[in-house]
Design a protein around this ligand. Sequence first.
Ligand SMILES: Cc1ncc(COP(=O)(O)O)c(C=O)c1O
Length: 375
Amino acid sequence: AAYRTDEGQPWVLPVVKKVEQKIANDASLNHEYLPILGLPEFRANASRIALGEDSRAIKENRVGGVQCLGGTGALRIGAEFLRRWYNGNNNTTTPVYISSPSWENHNSVFVNAGFKDIRAYRYWDAAKRGLDLEGLLEDMESAPEFSIFILHACAHNPTGTDPTLEQWKQIAAVMKRRFLFPFFDSAYQGFASGCLDRDAWAVRYFVSEGFELFCAQSFSKNFGLYNERVGNLSVVGKDTDNVQRVLSQMEKIVRTIWSNPPSQGARIVATTLTCPQLFAEWKDNVKTMADRVLLMRSELRARLQALGTPGTWNHITEQIGMFSFTGLNPKQVEYMIKEKHIYLMASGRINMCGLTTKNLDYVASSIHEAVTKFQ
Ligand SMILES: Cc1ncc(COP(=O)(O)O)c(C=O)c1O
């Protein structure tokens, strides 16, 4: 799913347009191969965005980045490393826990890396349209030690529901006590709240708690660089040596999967992150996208409440990020698609970016009809 403007169009971020011009006019650049692990300025600055300016782990020189083909590439490379080297070698039977529900590709990526025991952990409580914290913690308590847990850093896809800071602390405490490995997937940093730091809170908290972890970052959404395939896998280890050893294995893995990463997206991101003025412009562009989604949420909720649509609609504004679990049931979804030509997932998930000031009334009245016709 991708961002769309209020005109329903893809958006090239103004800062990206500007940096692309700069790159095109820079005679010192060429198309030689990059290092296997990617552009050094990109790797370091991407990790800095994830872990924070004053990250203890970065100061202690125990963070490494791997430039990857999007967030998916970062997950795939991270999964491959874990299967080969995580806890002894050949970890095909190590359980990998994925939230229920989750982005559907998580399962396939880990299966493709050779993991055979993929499990679901409870996440979504349909009845209360919110996080099933109790279920989640129970599943962590009963997971075998050293299991791998995929955690959505922010803006959980597809539910739009994240743990609160207090809940993250509880999750971290259980994971630490039970020796569970956090593998963060950060595909929407900045998109959830409009603020990069806020959206990275969970990852940074885990690092501050002393976890060794992976964080797969995607710049597809927050830079609008979907087809440039730009992502970073941040490796946080216990010391410099440890991280260097991990990176040397990562190099071998990358060599056989894509051999060498593409430069354009990484150059755009690195140029933006290393120049204070461009960095400020980017943050502003991210906020523009996040604010539009927030506005659509509050406008949709207000319309449904004004129409007196049965049920409660506060979840529309309580959820964050690009997606919303509307709570529409399969019959209601079918009605929306067949009769109203409003396209959403069978699960009731909508992409908030499909909403515009022009179609809000139509969408709201269609939801109202669907909900009143089919209980
Ligand atoms: C939760 C989640 N993780 C990862 C990705 C992968 O993004 P990319 O296109 O950068 O591979 C997505 C994209 O939809 C996503 O929603």
